[in-house]
Design a protein around this ligand. Structure first.
Ligand code: AMP
Length: 192
């Protein structure tokens, strides 16, 4: 199963993707995590990305498509993947489609996790305390939200137009949200 997870910053994409890995047995690919790792390792790309991430802007599409192409070329994605944080604008969505069509492995499902703004703000404040992410400060979060609404939100319609989109309510306990996602995917929901 090839799944694209969509949702605003703080909607719980990363948390849900990590849980989905256990149930679905396919890898979680987070472009944000790949970029943060590159920054931590101090690679040229990582250092360039860090200053962009710390402003809450988007890393250029070309860098991202190279990164995602390399990642989707690895063997562990043979049975599918959960994409978290990509695509983030329409150009990336089109580029992903082209890439996956070439591999004869088109996206099967796009899931939008819906969470209202009050909740998003609370969750990010909690994560800021827990993880200390440099882009979870109030000013940067405000910019990330703006970028999300301007550039990423149109991606929701892109997948809706292709008949691939489902909305899932992101309120409530983490496990409840997971069950909603699994039910959309028609995955057997017996808890382990
Ligand atoms: P995330 O962990 O998904 O919230 O991503 C953190 C930051 O990494 C974003 O605010 C962007 O600066 C950058 N980033 C992650 N994924 C992408 C992407 N697909 N395109 C551009 N920038 C990205």
């Amino acid at each position: 199963m090839r799944i694209v997870l969509l949702g605003a910053p703080g909607s719980g994409k990363g948390t849900q993707a990590a849980l989905m890995v256990e149930r679905l047995g396919i890898p979680h690919i987070s472009t944000g995590a790949l970029l943060r790792n590159a920054a931590k390792r101090g690679t040229e790309l990582g250092l360039k990305a860090k200053s962009i991430i710390d402003r809450g802007e988007l890393v250029p599409d070309e860098i991202m498509s190279d990164m995602i192409e390399e990642r989707l070329g690895r063997e562990d994605v043979a049975d599918g993947f959960i994409l978290d944080g990509y695509p983030r604008n329409l150009a990336q969505a089109k580029s992903l489609d082209t890439m996956l069509e070439r591999l004869n492995q088109p996206t099967n499902e796009a899931i939008q996790i819906d969470v209202d703004l009050d909740q998003l703000v609370k969750r990010i404040a909690r994560r800021a305390k827990k993880e200390g992410r440099s882009d979870d400060t109030e000013e940067v979060v405000r910019n990330r939200m703006r970028v999300y609404h301007e550039q990423t939100a149109p991606v929701i319609d892109y997948y809706a137009d292709r008949g691939l989109l489902s909305h899932v309510l992101g309120d409530g306990e983490v496990e409840e949200v997971l069950e909603r996602i699994l039910s959309v995917l028609s995955v057997n929901q017996t808890s382990t």
